[in-house]
Design a binder for this molecule. Structure first.
Ligand SMILES: [Zn+2]
Ligand SMILES: [Zn+2]
Ligand SMILES: [Zn+2]
Length: 260
């Protein structure tokens, strides 16, 4: 058993909060918990450092949390808010003069290689580019050994796309999903920490609404659920007041620790 710590690097939706040019109450709020960078997590386990998604804000998140190294990146899907910070992985390649392993389904890995071709070439002597090694995680409910850590992954719908949800130790990270099938609900039964998509109060085709997120949290019987990928329409305090006792809004910088 090793301790596993997850830090929420960002819990915002694709625009982040505040939204550029928006003068709504949440965007103008003084509450730092209403400032949400793009959705991402840092996992420390057994001396390894994993990142879930390198979104547009990855550089600022890595500086804020002082992430010392990156051994692997687990990608959920290639929407820009989850992948466009990929270039800043080069700082970690440069420091160790080492490639970084990245993981995702075939669609995500192909998409990453076509959009960021230069990041998949062999290193040059200056290490001035990211040097990434793609690994495909296809299937559903399977387990992969990633740098000695067992990682279970689930293929879940995100509108018409398929994304990967991840379970590491007693923590599940399910962002950008519009449904959760029975197999996944069974596999995640009683998980200690569930981080789950909750775009807004209203229904949305490619994400979960508040009602659906709370409903899935009950079905999974999670001990503690945190809502992630929330838009500027959700005020931290107002939504927390509506949450059942074991459900809460996540915030940037939130840390949870469990066993793996
Ligand atoms: Zn997203
Ligand atoms: Zn706003
Ligand atoms: Zn998405």
């Amino acid at each position: 058993m090793s301790a596993l710590t997850l830090t929420v690097l960002g819990c915002g939706s694709s625009s982040g909060s505040p939204v550029i040019g928006c003068d709504c109450a949440v965007c103008q709020s003084d509450n730092p918990k209403n400032r949400r960078s793009r959705c991402s997590a840092w996992i420390e386990v057994a001396g390894k450092h994993f990142i879930i998604d390198t979104g547009t804000d990855f550089r600022q998140q890595a500086l804020r949390e002082k992430i010392p190294a990156v051994d692997a990146v687990l990608y959920t899907h290639p929407h820009s808010d989850h992948i466009n910070g990929i270039d800043d992985l080069r700082a970690y390649c440069f420091r160790k003069k080492q490639a970084i392993d990245i993981y995702g389904n075939s669609f995500t890995m192909e998409n990453a290689q076509s959009r960021f071709e230069y990041a998949f070439m062999p290193p040059c002597k200056h290490w001035n580019r990211p040097v990434l090694v793609p690994h495909i995680l296809d299937g559903h409910g399977k387990t992969a050994d990633i740098h000695g850590v067992s990682v279970q992954y689930f293929a879940l719908p995100h509108g018409r796309w398929q994304v990967l949800g991840y379970k590491i130790g007693n923590i599940a990270w399910l962002t950008d999903i519009s449904d959760i099938d029975e197999t996944t609900i069974a596999a995640l039964q009683g998980v200690e920490y569930l981080f789950i998509d909750c775009l807004m109060m209203e229904k949305y085709p490619s994400h979960l609404s508040f009602e659906l997120a709370v409903d899935f949290s009950k079905k999974i019987n999670a001990k503690q659920t945190y809502l992630i990928h929330t838009t500027h329409k959700l005020d931290f305090d107002a939504i927390n007041a509506k949450c059942p006792p074991n459900v809460a809004m996540a915030y940037d910088g939130l840390k949870v620790t469990t066993e793996c």
